[in-house]
Design a binder for this molecule. Structure first.
Ligand code: ADP
Ligand code: MG
Length: 383
């Protein structure tokens, strides 16, 4: 797999794997087209080569085809931003290369790849049936670059393949973060999904100077001290691992846990010290003192890696911690990098997106890359 700039042939049929897994509002409008807009340079480049582009993406995690997750919902938006009429193909298995060649349109949009079993089952036969449609393959779906799915793991083995400008940018920036030398380095992790976040914390234990924890993952760590957290969410299965991390000898990083929490107690929001939670209380955000402590470290950091909400952001009252931490990062002089599903949703709401130095389109893929785990796509990337 080579960088897309090396692809110069004209009039080819290009199969383009992107990740347009976006959310829609009730009227069908796309809530945030960030992931789409980041792939436009590659599409424009291909159009300049007079390619016919077959766009392939997934949306959601369908067990079977459902209209809510059909990619036809993307068609209007794509037509508008690209100023091109797009043909939608419900079943790519019934079209042929010869027909595609003769189409007056430059862009064909395929139905949700995950409507076809072979995609998630990583079937070579499925990848072959896709490959039949095109001359070359372009991979531009960073957020699934860690998935062992047919369009990631198999297609590059079949077709002459390139990676797009977005992949190049993601890898360049995330590599830079992995090799960052200027300290202090601060990792700020919240949310849940311990399975992907604990390896990141482990990897940075001897690289970062500070690891600040909020959200549900912080509760796992607080639980290792036997702290009463009432009804607050935490994961029993990860408390042991949290304990191991805390007890790791000679680690460089200081792990900083919340010292107070914003809780819901008898239906009211309260700021509570750690040892003050009743068995019916629910901790939904980091507390005021914690915010101040985190802010101070943020203001002195050279590099900040941020992922995961500090609290239950779906309720405005408990989005305060996350908002303030984002604001502090935005106002700091540090090199700041962020990514993640919910993280990006709240970041958009703050209007501070432009203040971050790099925003990855990957959640899991970014976390794996920054945990120094090779992505599924990495083995194909030769230069
Ligand atoms: P991301 O996708 O940004 O990596 P995660 O998927 O790991 O983030 O977690 C995000 C979710 O964690 C949010 O929906 C948020 O409501 C939830 N969350 C964070 N802290 C709490 C908390 N204290 N109580 C309940 N939910 C929380
Ligand atoms: Mg998420």
């Amino acid at each position: 797999m080579e960088r897309i700039k090396k692809f110069k042939a004209k009039d080819k049929i290009v199969l383009l794997r992107v990740d347009y897994n976006v959310d829609f509002n009730k009227k069908g409008k796309i809530l945030d087209d960030f992931r789409i807009s980041r792939t436009i340079p590659t599409i424009k480049y291909l159009l300049s080569l007079k390619s016919k582009i077959i766009i392939a993406t997934h949306i959601g995690r369908p067990k079977f085809p459902v209209s809510d997750l059909s990619t036809i919902r993307l068609k209007n938006h794509l037509e508008n931003i690209l100023n091109e009429k797009i043909i939608f193909s419900k079943n790519f298995q019934s079209i042929e290369k010869e027909i595609i060649k003769k189409l007056p349109n430059s862009i064909i949009l395929l139905e949700n790849l995950r409507f076809f079993k072979g995609e998630e089952e990583n079937k070579l036969s499925f990848a072959k049936s896709l490959a039949k449609l095109a001359d070359v393959f372009v991979f531009e779906a960073f957020s699934v670059a860690h998935r062992k799915h047919a369009s990631v793991d198999k297609l590059p083995k079949i077709l002459k393949s390139y990676y797009g400008f977005l992949i190049e940018e993601e890898i360049y920036n995330l590599k830079k973060i992995l090799n960052y030398k200027k300290e202090p380095i601060t990792l700020i992790i919240g949310g849940a999904k311990e399975k992907t976040k604990l390896p990141l914390i482990k990897f940075w234990l001897n690289r970062a100077n500070f690891i600040l924890l909020g959200g549900i993952i912080a509760h796992d760590f607080l639980k290792t001290y036997g702290i009463e957290l009432g009804r607050s969410l935490f994961s029993v299965e990860y408390v042991k691992e949290a304990k191991k991390i805390l007890e790791t000898k000679n680690k460089k990083a200081k792990i900083i846990l919340p010292e107070d929490l914003s809780i819901l107690s008898s239906q009211r929001k309260k700021n509570s010290a750690l040892n003050n939670l009743g068995y019916k209380d629910n901790a939904l955000d980091i507390g005021k003192k914690t915010i101040e402590k985190f802010k101070k470290i943020i203001s002195e950091s050279s590099l900040i890696i941020y992922n995961g909400p500090m609290g239950y952001i779906e309720d405005k009252r408990f989005a305060v911690g996350t908002y303030k931490i984002i604001k502090a990062i935005a106002n700091s002089k540090s090199f700041s990098v962020t990514g993640g599903g919910e993280t990006l949703l709240i970041l958009k709401k703050t209007g501070l997106r432009d203040k971050f130095n790099f925003i990855s389109t990957g959640g899991g893929a970014m976390l794996e890359f920054l945990s120094n785990k090779p992505l599924v796509i990495s083995k194909f990337i030769s230069d």
